[in-house]
Design a protein around this ligand. Structure first.
Ligand code: ADP
Ligand code: MG
Ligand code: MG
Length: 940
């Protein structure tokens, strides 16, 4: 640990001759938080001593100011107080003892370098005191400009610059900013006084106030401060500095900052750095000004001159919107030299950072100063375009281009978007849960949604929250809107799985399903049938129909990832990066698909097979009656008849799937959910039976009695099968072992479908997957039975069939005994949804709505474990099972078929865990391909 005494003063660094440009070796930003610093660690760094990769300690702003200084760019000198100092302050409520001396030493060095003293003498030095955390939190914390001005130094500043107006303007800015952020005086009060002054003089803008007017404003501002704080405005420059530093520390925990961090998932314990920077003045007349610039358009990624400029102004005026800015291109006309210099600097920065940079600058009497830069935020479209542009320019290589785009951005590009150029008013804004732009008539229950959609009407299903009973309505709807629940609520998860637009948790909306209407916070009522537009990318809800712009990227995927000859630059960029990802990735990507249509789409999207077919979906609808017969069967003959009736239906389902995925693997999971899910609801049925019996007492019609008899049988079955915790009950392989003939029928259907496809000249690759296995014995029994059945079909059809049989790993016991299971399994597929439920001991349906929000709020979860794999808990079992399974059988194929298979972060985990493939819903296949490619890249 460096001893502070070895750094008594930073090396002298004259502002007029910045250090010669040195290009430091590129280093990746460190992902981990700053190492805990011992009490002797340095708390202050000169701007010349820091560098870009020190954002943990110096904040993004401080690190990049240092980097620009090292590059020899015109940055006003200064120093940065570390985030560690802030953390110590936040922990103890007091500045760490060493801080005062270190600030003194750096301030003294700064003063020597500038040949001026803070707030003193003929030519007083002024500084800005600026917040800046590791992650950019734009405008969420405080910054104070012009620190050091006092009653005494204003005249000195006026005399030195020969500009009295400028001096008084700077002073009133200081008192206003300092008063608000450091002393806690309501900012509105200052604005009111200023407004009154403007009105008294009869002008519209502050720039029209002269020195005398501003002097009056200063007097009033000082009165305000005295009124609200009980003491005068601090006249000791050093006290101003210390108070401002503390205020910046405190602003880390301001309301705005906290809310922003929660939203952006930025940890609350990082703290902010504080940069103290010599002031340069954009408010010194028409040859001065301030602005922001982007090296490329952050909205589209196109190259050009983008930004805004405001003449005769200080930084805060741009954001405050006091006066209108002009487009940056105007600067060329206003001040050609500074403009050319700015373009030169922009090029240097872009080449250095090899990325879109966003820059704050100030021009003081024709001299350009850089006050900030960072790698700029951008839209999804810009990210894809910029990555390929930089690749073409040779600034980055293919791996780096791939690192620059994310799966989340890709999915945004796949959904149609609203055209909001006319800035339509919203009804409410909820949580953007599943992207897309959906327009349709509001309906308030699943049945109406299904009925209206069947008539060809586009509908938006509006619910307080959804549950499994809403599934049909959700499938039928163009979009789903709920007033409760977060990103992992039932509505959100199901909608994402289906690729349906969803806004959830729009709490301003009062949804009344009984009266079939919703009411907004301002009392607007939307009735059933009224048209709504919902934006799943932003969470906005609009009345009426907004025009949509179709997504060319989606068309590209729907076309089988073939680049059309007239493709625009965005589609070309996506195609190129997808190609790079496919080349880089080691993980296979399959899809979860239950129908031939889904399978065909998945294939167009680039899936390399099906990782999960849920056969339960094949038991619904009209086939329900057959399942009822199976459940009600009293004799072997009745049961066999029911199974015989199901067999041909299953066979044709599988045949269609195998045809759609010809040449690629299709993993079919045998029936998983408890049988009672296919029977009527217990309460409903009880009521039906009770009322029917009452009626039968009066009229004893034979057919009615028949019906009642059937219902009574059904009721008995439902009662028999009723479970307190169906998730942990008679389901999966347990069902297969106790309902004679069920799995045999399914295996036979798979084998026959395979034989049929072979006979047709196809290339079927079915794989049989057994759900919810906990012990090797279960698997051995099922396997022996399946092998017998397959052998029968082989004999009947006179064909050899190759049907691998594997198991899901979705119980902790299965993971722990994977070495034993592997003896009877050709493959494992991790069912990470059930595995998450069983590892955590909570059932998703029961707990997500009840306490996840509180857990996220308390930081117990950073994100729901159903959304992103819990790497430490569930993930360890994945690793254990992988290791033990492969110990028994080195060629064991390993995949994942939970929702997690399409989640970017989880895909990276599965890559690292050494799995062979992930499987996800067809719409997430492109995202999984992209992320699998990114996961395979070596660290930069
Ligand atoms: P934010 O993080 O909110 O952008 P900044 O610390 O960047 O806050 O400062 C706010 C404004 O003040 C910016 O426009 C910035 O360019 C300007 N500013 C900061 N320091 C100085 C300085 N030393 N001289 C002139 N303007 C400055
Ligand atoms: Mg800034
Ligand atoms: Mg499961």
């Amino acid at each position: 640990m460096p001893d502070i005494r070895t750094h008594p003063h930073p090396p002298p660094h004259p502002p007029t001759a910045p250090a010669a440009p040195t290009t430091p070796p590129e280093q990746a930003p460190r992902p981990a938080a700053a190492e805990p610093a011992a009490p002797t660690a340095r708390l202050v760094y000169d701007l010349a001593d820091g560098r870009r990769d020190m954002a943990d300690l110096l904040g993004g702003k401080g690190a990049n100011l240092a980097e620009m200084t090292r590059l020899g760019l015109p940055v006003p000198p200064g120093f940065t107080i570390t985030t560690e100092a802030c953390r110590a302050y936040l922990r103890t409520g007091a500045e760490p003892p060493a801080l005062r001396d270190e600030v003194s030493a750096h301030l003294a060095a700064l003063e020597r370098r500038m040949g001026r003293r803070l707030g003193h003498g003929q030519d007083p030095l002024l500084v800005s005191v600026r917040s800046g955390a590791k992650f950019s939190m734009p405008g969420m914390m405080d910054t104070v400009l012009n620190v050091g001005l006092t009653d005494d130094s204003v005249p000195a500043l006026a005399a030195r610059t020969g500009d009295e107006r400028f001096a008084w303007d700077s002073y009133r800015r200081l008192i206003q900013m300092f008063g608000r952020t450091v002393l806690g005086v309501d900012g509105e009060l200052f604005e009111e006084r200023l407004e009154t002054a403007r009105r008294a003089v009869g002008v519209d803008t502050d720039t029209e106030l002269n020195a005398r007017h501003l002097r009056g404003v200063v007097r009033q501002f000082k009165d305000l401060v005295r009124e609200h704080t009980g003491r005068g405005f601090p006249q000791d420059p050093r006290e101003q500095l210390d108070l401002a530093i503390r205020a910046v520390f405190d602003s880390w925990n301001g309301e705005r900052a906290r809310v922003y961090r929660r939203q952006e998932r930025i940890p609350h314990d990082l703290g902010t750095a504080v940069s103290v920077v010599a002031m340069v003045f954009g408010n010194r007349g028409p040859d001065s000004g301030t602005g922001v610039a982007f090296t490329r358009d952050p909205a589209t990624g196109h190259q050009g001159v983008y930004g805004d400029y405001l003449a005769n102004a200080q930084g805060e005026d741009v954001v405050a919107g006091v006066r209108n800015t002009v487009p940056l291109a105007e600067l060329e006309r206003l001040d050609r030299r500074s403009y050319d210099e700015l373009l030169r600097v922009m090029e240097i920065l872009e080449n250095h950072y090899r990325d879109l940079c966003d820059i704050e600058f100030t021009i003081e009497r024709g001299k350009l100063w850089l006050l900030q830069t960072r790698v700029g935020k951008r839209t999804a479209a810009a990210a894809f375009r910029i990555a390929t542009q930089l690749l073409d320019q040779g600034l980055i290589d293919a791996d780096e281009a791939l690192r620059r785009v994310r799966g989340g951005q890709l999915s945004q590009l796949m959904f149609p978007r609203f055209d909001t150029r006319s800035r339509p008013a919203t009804l409410a804004t909820g949580i953007p849960a599943s992207p897309g732009a959906a327009v349709g008539a509001a309906v308030f229950d699943s049945a109406t949604a299904t009925a209206r959609a069947a008539e060809g009407e586009a509908v938006i299903l509006v619910r307080r929250e959804t549950n499994p009973d809403d599934l049909n309505g959700m499938l039928a709807a163009r979009g789903i809107l709920t007033s409760r629940g977060g990103k992992t609520s039932h509505a959100a998860v199901v909608a994402r799985g289906m690729g349906t637009t969803c806004v959830c948790g729009a709490e301003e909306l009062d949804v009344d399903p009984v009266r079939r209407r919703l009411t907004t916070s301002d009392g607007t009522v939307v009735n059933e049938g009224d048209v709504l537009s919902i934006d799943g990318g932003t969470g906005d809800v609009y009345p009426g129909e907004l025009p949509v712009v179709p997504s060319a990227v989606m068309e590209y995927f729907e076309n089988g990832c073939v680049l059309p000859p007239d493709a625009d630059d965005l589609v070309s960029a996506v195609h190129r990066l997808m190609t790079l990802a496919d080349r880089a990735r080691r993980l296979g990507v399959r899809a979860n698909a239950d129908t031939a249509d889904d399978a065909a789409r998945a294939r167009r999207f680039g899936a390399e097979g099906i990782g999960l077919t849920r056969t339960e979906h094949m038991f619904l609808g009209e086939r329900r009656g057959l399942v009822e017969r199976l459940v009600l069967a009293d004799t072997d003959a009745e049961r066999a008849a029911a199974l015989d009736a199901l067999l041909p239906l299953q066979r044709s389902d599988f045949r269609a799937l195998l045809a759609a995925m010809d040449g690629l693997p299709v993993t079919v999971r045998l029936l998983d959910p408890p049988l009672h899910e296919f029977l009527p609801d217990l309460t409903e049925l009880s009521v039906r039976v009770a009322t029917a019996e009452a009626r039968n007492d009066q009229a004893d019609r034979a057919d009615r009695a028949d019906q009642t008899g059937h219902d009574a049988c059904l009721l008995a079955a439902v009662r028999r099968l009723h479970e307190q915790n169906p998730m942990l009950g008679l389901r999966g392989v347990r069902l297969g072992l106790v309902v004679p003939g069920l799995f045999t029928m399914q295996v036979r259907a798979i084998a026959e479908a395979t034989a049929d496809r072979l006979a047709e000249g196809g290339d079927p690759h079915a794989e049989i997957m057994i759900p919810l296995v906990g012990t090797a014995r279960e698997l051995e029994i099922v396997r022996a039975d399946a092998e017998r059945t397959v052998a029968e079909v082989e004999a009947e059809r006179d064909r050899a069939l190759s049907l691998p049989l594997g198991t899901m790993i979705e119980l902790p016991r299965a993971a722990l005994t994977a070495d034993e299971l592997a003896a009877s399994a050709d493959f494992f597929s991790f069912g990470t949804n059930d595995l998450t439920q069983t590892v955590w001991g909570f059932s998703r349906d029961d707990v997500e709505a009840s306490f996840f929000a509180a857990y996220l709020e308390k930081g117990i979860f950073g994100v729901s474990p159903f959304e992103t794999i819990d790497a430490d808990g569930v993930g360890s079992l994945v690793r254990v099972a992988t290791e033990r399974g492969r110990a028994t059988r080195p060629d064991l194929k390993l995949g994942v078929c939970g929702e997690h298979g399409g989640d970017p972060e989880s895909v990276h985990f599965f890559h690292e865990a050494g799995l062979d493939y992930v499987s996800c819903s067809p719409f997430r296949v492109p995202v999984a391909r992209l992320e699998a490619g990114r996961a395979a890249l070596a660290a930069p």
